[in-house]
Design a protein around this ligand. Structure first.
Ligand code: DOR
Ligand code: ZN
Length: 361
């Protein structure tokens, strides 16, 4: 496939295995944008205010999302917290909850109630292993705990290995991996361990994240070599690596009014997620990181759609498809509510992307 010269692509709907859809007005604004980005299956993060720690609340949240996007399959998660006991895990499994997300305390948006000591949760992990609930890791250590010169993600990787060794049947996802070292660490684990890769970490580096609030997120994008290792993992055809956008909307105001380096962490990609992955791959080809021949129909389908579904035990076929065509469409500046009270800036505003539409198979 010569991506650059391809005018029209047909793909199965994208499975986005890491999304932030928020609550209230923001939820109403961003949830419908899943379909413009080609997504029919979404794994939803629980870092709301307050975080989602009960089965009752997660079920309620799921029905709110379902009402806003009836054609999307929502995979739900709980926020790892002392109140998420082995009994709660059993209830969660019965309610069809797919995962439990671990946030290190204070590492990112709405994570003040996160985890300080993972060992305190070993009974919960054992229950998750038994009930086949996935452990989703925000794989970073706190700044104070990383040795000088070692990224927060790299400093976390030994913990990933230990958890996998202790709970070999527990399915674990290293979320939004950002370093070449993380890709290797995930490869070195058995088949129960996978990783999501975002769209934005395929095109941002620390250089962008330092100074542009719309490129600032956690984990911080790393250096060009890391970005390129992620691009290579995307086209490796290895089913351990699948798409999870970590699209994280914040009010435009909070991004533009923040002092340098103080903007809330999160890059909003949802309305164009599939298109942005394709754009990043094209740029990877242009830079010579990957070859034209590395991007095949099969690899795109695997990374964007099939591998994530496979990891979560979902069917890999669908009744609809997405059709992507080059029509000169540009990423819009933002999405906003009709009354303009909530507005979120899009990543890569003004860049030319494929136009996307849905068709029945
Ligand atoms: O950049 C990020 N934003 N990283 C996260 O881990 C959380 C997310 C958010 O919720 O805003
Ligand atoms: Zn996230």
């Amino acid at each position: 496939m010569q991506l650059k010269n391809i005018q029209k692509l047909e793909l199965p709907p994208t499975a986005d295995m890491h999304v932030h859809l928020r609550q209230d007005g923001m939820m109403k604004l961003v949830t419908p944008t899943l379909s413009s980005g080609g997504v029919d299956t979404a794994f939803v993060m629980p870092n709301l205010v307050p975080p989602i720690t009960t089965v009752e609340r997660v079920v309620e949240y799921q029905s709110q999302l379902q009402a806003l996007a009836p054609n999307v399959k929502f995979l739900m998660s709980l926020f790892l917290h002392p109140s998420v006991t082995p009994e709660v895990i059993a209830q969660a499994a019965a309610a069809g909850v797919a995962g439990v997300k671990m946030y290190p305390q204070g590492a990112t948006t709405n994570s003040d109630n996160g985890v300080a000591n993972l060992e305190a949760f070993y009974d919960t992990f054992a229950a998750m292993e038994k009930h086949n609930i996935v452990l989703n890791l925000h794989g970073e250590v706190l700044e104070a705990l990383a040795p000088p010169g070692v990224t927060l993600e790299e400093a976390f990787l030994p913990t990933l290995k230990q958890l996998h060794e202790r709970f070999p049947k527990l399915r674990i996802v290293l979320e939004h991996c950002t370093t070449a070292a993380a890709v290797e660490a995930v490869r070195a684990c058995g088949p129960t361990v996978g990783a999501t890769i975002t769209a934005h970490h395929l095109y941002l580096t620390s250089h962008d994240a330092c100074c542009n609030p719309f490129a600032f997120c956690k984990p911080i994008p790393k250096n060009p070599t890391d970005r390129d290792a992620l691009i290579k993992a995307v086209v490796s055809g290895e089913s351990k690596f699948f798409f999870g956008s970590d699209s994280a909307p914040h009010p435009l105001q909070s991004k533009t009014s923040a002092e340098q380096g103080k903007a809330p962490a999160g890059v909003f990609t949802q309305p164009y997620v599939t298109q942005l992955v394709l754009l990043a791959l094209e740029e990877g080809i242009e830079r010579g990181v990957i070859a034209e021949t590395d991007v095949t129909q099969e690899k795109l389908e695997g990374f964007l759609s099939k591998f994530g579904r496979r990891f979560y035990g979902l069917p890999e076929t669908s009744e609809s498809k997405i059709v992507l065509e080059r029509k000169g469409e540009k990423v819009s500046a933002s999405v906003k509510t009709e009354d303009g009270s909530i507005e979120v800036g899009n990543s890569r505003a003004d860049d030319v992307v494929f136009s996307l539409r849905w068709e029945a198979v």
